[in-house]
Each structure stands twice: as structure tokens, then as C-alpha cells.
Design a protein around this ligand. Structure first.
Ligand code: ADP
Ligand code: ZN
Ligand code: MG
Length: 493
């Protein structure tokens, strides 16, 4: 649903980010993803009678980072509440969460609008909670349960209903993802479920203010699915209202294979969570000293990094945008630049050279792995070494592409690859002149064409000379020599 004349969508997102703490929220079990099922469990996270939760302070520190980065108000005192429901993956029968006294309120996330300009999406709140376990459905239609995820810390970031299109929703989500990864509190992996998003959506007559009845769409595990699911649901609501129906508040599950959002079975969504303060956990108290300490240790955030890349490194804003989109890529770029060194204009030149490689070949090879750049075959030091070889004329830009493919495949050192494959560029005048003479001597008809004023044959001569020199001729010198020699041939006219 892009531009409906009559109706406009209103969207609010609830984003769950799984935190990168070593241990769980209320016990000492490992919070690692991907371990053997049911190995990271203990009486506390299994909810055995008589056990008591103990708050992991890192959870508070991590949510403070997010709250401060988003400009939220931090509550001096906040309270954990029990959210009660029955489900096979929830052995305690309740999830520890925060309800009417969350730790962070207000704040906002800025998005760049596709048509230019920025828009601040206000946040309602950010609160702490623990994750539930995970049901696994095997081929025999048995349902197995993995409780490793029980008690893994999450933060939930709740936006105000201020998002006006599926595109904006996905831009907002990518900003949230960028922020949590820069803050080092979440790996942002949507496929593995460390970043999850529920979308609330309603429609209303364009230009009016009261909100329509909303539905909530769940189960979208990529940016693309969030957009598609919202487009589907907005279209459904508009058609329903046009046909004289009314939207019913309900929860829908996105089915990416069939491209539809279908209502959850009503039994599953008949939730009355009966929230009440958790009597086993004290209120969380945050004083100014703690806030100041977290603030002081905040890493450089995406916007600041983007501005620095333009102002200090002299990169075009487009480059700065692409390079800072993923923290892993920005780090990789800066490590490459540090390896190249240089000061002032030399540093700026090196920055642009490194940027050109990172924005193109590095991102192409990294593909989806660009989020972390973990285990990337070409190290920043090797990329820098190759850029240096281009700058000092050891290899041509064209040969560099070949060297790079080898580096990407083998992880090898470019200096070794160039040596082994004999790719060193030939800048020797004599050698280039001999090649040019041979080409001119054996292509007299083309020489005539050139003398007749056909400039296009010049490219043919460059190509032939390079062919004789196995691609290793210094292109600049080859061009010069060809111009000089061809220009010196007396025209018949
Ligand atoms: P609930 O009580 O159903 O959980 P909340 O008021 O807590 O609803 O809001 C949950 C999310 O739904 C928030 O992100 C909010 O912005 C969004 N939301 C609330 N009302 C609407 C609406 N009418 N249309 C679209 N989104 C809405
Ligand atoms: Zn445990
Ligand atoms: Mg709510």
C-alpha cells in the first residue's frame, strides 16, 4: 500500500533486542546462542520452587546505554513485574518484565526520509525483560523444547504510533539495529532472532488525528518481511473498511512463504497477563553517578561517526553513509586507513582509496556477513598493503582486481600473491617502447585509420600493447608512449 488517497497507515513498532551479556538476566547460566539444547539451564531459570533470581547488573548497564543514546529519561527507581501466562516454553509460568514502572521513558530515533530530510520517531519506553524458551517442531510433528533461551536478557524498545509507511518502519528498524550494534549491546541478527520486531498497525482517513483500531503482526524475521507484512495488512484493513467492515483488534502471524498475515488461534492470544510487581526482586535504583559513568563510556554513535568521516577524513557524504551503516564495516574501513597511515591531504587521499575498495569489492565479497565482518578473508592490513602497491606503481588498478580476487579466495598477502604470479607492473620505458613498436609494426591498416583521424583505434593499440605485455604494462606510460610514437608517424597527406 503506497499512496492511498483516502486512508493513511499508522504504525508503532515493538522491537526486542537480545543482549550480549555473558550470563542470563537473573542467574549465572551462559546466555550464548547456538549451544546444545538444554545445556545452559539451572534451577533459577527453570523456575524451580525455592529459587531466587539475582539481577545481572550488566543488563541495567546495557539498557542505560540504549536509553542514553536515544535521549530517554532514566527512572531513578524502576520495578520488575511478572507477566503471567502458560506456554510450554515458559517453565516458571511467568516472564520477568517491566510494566508500569519501566526504566526508560521517552526519547526518539531519527530516520532519514527517502525523499530527503529526517524524522524523529518518538519512543514510548524501553524496558528490561527476560526471554522465554524456544519450541522446536521436528519432522515427526513432535514439539521439543529448548530452554537455553529461558532467562536470556532482552530490552524492548516501544515506539509511539508515529511511523507513517512500511518503508519508514523498515528505516526505523534499521536505525534501531544500527544503534544497538554500535552500542555493543546486541548483535542485531534478525535471522537468528536476536533482534525481533512486532508491528502494530491501523489505518485512518487521511488528514485526521484519532487512531483507528490496530492489529499486531508478528513473526517477521527480516527487514523485507516487515515491509511486506505491513503492506499486506494495510491493504487488508483499507479494503475491509471500504467494503463496510470494521477492523477487529487481533494478533496476526506473518507467513513469508504464502505472503499473508493470518490471525493467531484465538486461544493463543486470549491474554490477560495479570501483571504484578515481582516480590523476589528489589526495585532497580539508578543514581546520577551511574548515569554519568555510562554516558562517559558511550562509544561513538553512527551519526557522529558519519559526520567525522566527512569533516575529518574529507569523504563524500555518500561514502560516509555507506561505510557507517554497519559498525563492522566502519571498523574495517578505519583499521585499513590506520594501516595506510598518512597525515593531512595524504590521509584524505588514503581514506578515499580505502573507501572505494570497501564500498565496492569488500562489501560484495562480505555479502550478508558485513554485519560483523568476522572471519573476513582479507584483513585490513592486507587491503592496505594492496592499496599501497597501487599507489607506488607496483601494480596497476586493473591487476589489483585480480590480486584482490586471489586475496578474497585464499586470505593471502597481496605482496606474496603479486610475487608468486609475477604481476609486478612494468614501468620500464624501453620494454614498453619495444612492445609499442611491435604493435604498430604489425597493425599498419589500423595505423592508417588512426592517421585518417579515427581516434577510436587508439584504444585498440592500448589493448594490443597490454596483451603483449600480459596486462602488466603501466597504463599511464603505455598511453604516453603510444601517443608519442603514433603522433610521430608522418601522415601521407
Ligand atoms: P497494547 O496495550 O495493545 O500493548 P500499547 O499502547 O502498549 O498497546 O502500544 C503497543 C504498540 O502499538 C506501540 O508501539 C504503539 O505505538 C502501537 N500502537 C498503539 N495504538 C496504535 C494504533 N491505533 N495504531 C497503530 N499502532 C498503535
Ligand atoms: Zn540459569
Ligand atoms: Mg503494551
Amino acid at each position: 500500500m503506497k499512496a492511498d488517497e483516502e486512508f493513511e497507515p499508522v504504525i508503532g513498532l515493538e522491537v526486542h533486542a537480545q543482549l550480549l551479556t555473558q550470563t542470563k538476566a537473573f542467574c549465572g547460566c551462559s546466555a550464548r546462542f547456538g549451544d546444545e539444547p538444554n545445556t545452559n539451564v539451572c534451577p533459577v531459570c527453570l523456575g524451580m520452587p525455592g529459587t531466587l533470581p539475582v539481577l545481572n547488573v550488566r543488563l541495567v548497564e546495557f539498557i542505560l546505554r540504549m536509553g542514553l543514546a536515544a535521549g530517554s529519561r532514566i527512572a531513578a527507581r524502576s520495578v520488575f513485574a511478572r507477566k503471567n501466562y502458560f506456554y510450554p516454553d515458559l517453565p516458571k509460568g511467568y516472564q520477568i518484565s517491566q510494566h508500569d514502572a519501566p526504566i526508560c521513558a521517552g526519547g526518539g530515533i531519527d530516520i532519514d526520509l527517502p525523499g530527503g530530510g529526517t524524522k524523529r520517531i518518538a519512543l514510548a519506553r524501553i524496558h528490561m525483560e527476560e526471554d522465554a524458551g524456544k519450541s522446536v517442531h521436528d519432522q515427526d510433528a513432535d514439539t521439543l523444547v529448548d530452554l537455553n533461551r529461558c532467562g536470556v536478557p532482552l530490552i524492548e524498545i516501544v515506539s509511539e504510533p508515529e511511523i507513517s509507511s512500511p518503508r519508514e518502519a523498515s528505516l526505523y528498524l534499521s536505525r534501531v539495529r544500527q544503534l544497538v550494534t554500535y552500542l555493543g549491546i546486541c548483535d542485531g541478527n534478525m535471522e537468528e532472532g536476536s533482534l525481533r520486531c512486532d508491528a502494530n498497525v491501523s489505518v485512518r482517513p487521511r488528514g485526521t488525528t484519532p487512531l483507528g483500531t490496530k492489529t499486531e503482526v508478528k513473526n517477521m524475521n527480516s527487514f523485507r518481511n516487515v515491509e511486506r507484512a505491513l503492506e499486506f495488512e494495510i491493504g487488508r484493513q483499507v479494503r475491509l473498511i471500504r467494503d463496510g467492515g470494521t477492523v477487529v483488534q487481533e494478533t496476526l502471524l506473518w507467513d513469508a512463504d504464502r505472503n499473508v498475515a493470518l490471525p493467531m488461534r484465538s486461544k493463543e492470544e486470549a491474554h490477560d497477563y495479570r501483571y504484578f510487581p515481582d516480590p523476589d526482586l528489589a526495585a532497580v535504583r539508578v543514581d546520577d553517578a551511574w548515569i554519568d559513568e555510562v554516558k562517559r563510556k558511550l562509544p561513538e554513535l553512527p551519526d557522529a561517526r558519519r559526520r567525522r568521516f566527512v569533516a575529518v577524513l574529507g569523504l563524500p557524504p555518500y561514502d560516509a553513509d555507506v561505510l557507517t551503516a554497519e559498525k563492522g564495516v566502519a571498523d574495517y574501513f578505519e583499521e585499513t586507513l590506520d594501516a595506510l597511515g598518512g597525515e593531512g591531504p595524504v590521509r584524505a587521499q588514503n581514506a578515499k582509496a580505502a573507501s572505494n575498495w570497501v564500498m565496492t569489492d569488500i562489501l560484495r565479497v562480505a555479502g550478508a556477513g558485513r554485519a560483523s565482518m568476522k572471519g573476513f578473508p582479507v584483513s585490513p592490513a592486507h587491503l592496505a598493503a594492496m592499496i599501497r602497491m597501487i599507489a607506488d606503481g607496483t601494480i596497476s588498478g586493473k591487476i589489483a582486481k585480480e590480486v584482490f580476487e586471489d586475496m578474497a579466495a585464499t586470505g593471502g598477502d597481496p605482496r606474496v600473491i603479486v610475487e608468486r604470479k609475477g604481476l609486478v607492473q612494468v614501468s620500464d620505458q624501453g620494454a614498453i617502447e619495444r612492445a609499442v613498436d611491435a604493435v604498430i609494426g604489425s597493425n599498419l591498416p589500423q595505423v592508417q585509420k588512426f592517421l585518417d583521424g579515427n581516434q577510436k583505434v587508439f584504444g585498440f593499440f592500448v589493448g594490443e600493447t597490454m596483451k603483449i605485455m600480459k596486462g602488466k604494462g603501466n597504463p599511464k606510460i603505455v598511453n604516453e608512449v603510444l601517443r608519442r610514437k603514433l603522433g610521430a608517424i608522418p601522415s601521407r597527406r
